[in-house]
Write a protein that binds this ligand. Structure first.
Ligand SMILES: [Zn+2]
Length: 100
């Protein structure tokens, strides 16, 4: 048996004492590895989780903005053109609505 085959495929930890056919050192390493290899599964899982836990998502965003107080001004600066285009489209739609 080679030394490589006895290391966790994800984190590289020693597999001493694990089953001889084990590839990962833990359930967690298996899960992380699977999610990295299947990004569409991960996205769908995250979407479902956020749908089922709206408070978690809101709390996560609140904490993130609190830890990054410049987040909104940085975003506006980095996306100036995108925001201008978005507002232009919005104004155009509003105008069409009121014209009818
Ligand atoms: Zn591992």
């Amino acid at each position: 048996m080679t030394a490589l085959a006895r290391d966790c495929k994800w984190c590289g930890a020693s597999m001493e004492g694990k089953r001889s056919d084990a590839i990962f050192c833990s359930r967690k390493c298996y899960a992380v590895s699977y999610r990295k290899a299947n990004p569409e599964y991960q996205r769908e899982y995250q979407r479902k989780y956020n749908r089922d836990n709206p408070d978690y998502q809101r709390e996560y965003q609140r904490k993130y903005v609190q830890a990054n107080p410049d987040y909104h001004s940085n975003y506006r600066q980095a996306n100036r053109e995108r925001i201008a285009e978005r507002d232009r489209v919005k104004r155009h739609a509003l105008k069409q609505e009121t014209d009818q």
